[in-house]
Design a protein around this ligand. Sequence first.
Ligand code: 7TS
Length: 412
Amino acid sequence: MFDPKLIRKDFPILSRKVNGSPLVYLDNAATSQKPRQVIQALVECYEQYNSNVHRGVHTMSMEATDRYEAARQKVADLIHAPSVEGVIFVRNTTEAINLVANTWATQNLGPGDEMVVTEMEHHSNLVPWQKVTAQAGATLRFLPVTPEGTLDLTSLDTVINERTKLVSVVHISNFLGTINPVNEICRRAHQVGARFMVDGAQSVPHMPVDVTDMDCDFLAFSGHKMMAPPGIGVLYAKPSVLEGMEPFLRGGDMVREVWYDHATWNDLPMRFEAGTPNFADAIALGVAVDYLQALGMDNVRQHEIEIGSYALQALGEMEEVTIVGPTEARLRGGLAAFTTDVHPHDLGTFLDQEGIAIRTGHHCVMPMHNKLGLAATARASFYVYNTNDEMDTLVRGLKKALAYFGSHALKP
Ligand code: 7TS
């Protein structure tokens, strides 16, 4: 049975106090906490078999290699990738997107071509494309966002057209919370012969994601948002697409044979993993995937719908709070960004004094904040270990903060 109170026991950090109060960690969209099983996997690696992978004939190197490759298989199973050939370990979502920008996009975009993102992208699914489209003489186009915070698909067939070569879309917005209809956008992209990429930083940790069903060409996500350590992430790509791509980084292990004047490339996925990989954190990611699979991704999603509904209702009942994005929990991921009359940074600092961790600022989604006329927002984001009691604590903290700043604002 899915019980956040039981799950919490696996996360040592959740029993600490912050500024004298029990920690209420509501900054999961930035990074998640780690269960004891993941921490233990790192200790085990460094204490028992730490050795470079794919290089040694000795026992420990083979043990490390086996576990590293087992982690790749676990990731492939999680996202329903047909084979491990398409699972490339990188540092994070940002690196995965930059890999595609610096390989597929620079090889395939030319003058007059178009590429499409949405208006709600995280900077990491925008800034790399600004550079490659400018260099190629291509145009970067945007699927617009409605005032309600969903994608306006009435322009889908004009924004994505015969000139479009690549479409890259955030699956769940880390600011609006919106879950985007990636299957529908993918179909349209493929209809015009474009490739389709998904920024899964906020979806893969929180809901079932099936790359085979979606038929996307690329999917990027980060381990640290799904209970694994920072510094390990994944680029999934269709092997047939990878076969046509130039390697990104060049050096050891991505080659088959090397002469003084040229080299040939290793098989997939090693061709895209130059140098010693972050095998310890990849192995820990495999354990995080085990943990999530044991909970069941459907249950993870269901929990976030429930806690999201509770939070939307509780925050919605506060007159001073304006929630950004869709109003229905079913249409959004487990996070809520909001504004009040108090500056989000002041709010965040006040709540921290009560042990409540939220994120404040533009959450690396500056253009969408600008479009909504907002300089900054406060954001509470949830995960499997958050409880309705914690939502109540957040609401109590917010009320206290608003009363405090309200009364102080009256004073000169
Ligand atoms: N895409 C989305 C949708 C994200 O939410 C983030 C990180 C990234 C890409 C980049 O991930 P990274 O692991 O490469 O940094 N989002 C956040 C956030 O909302 N608060 O801190 C980081």
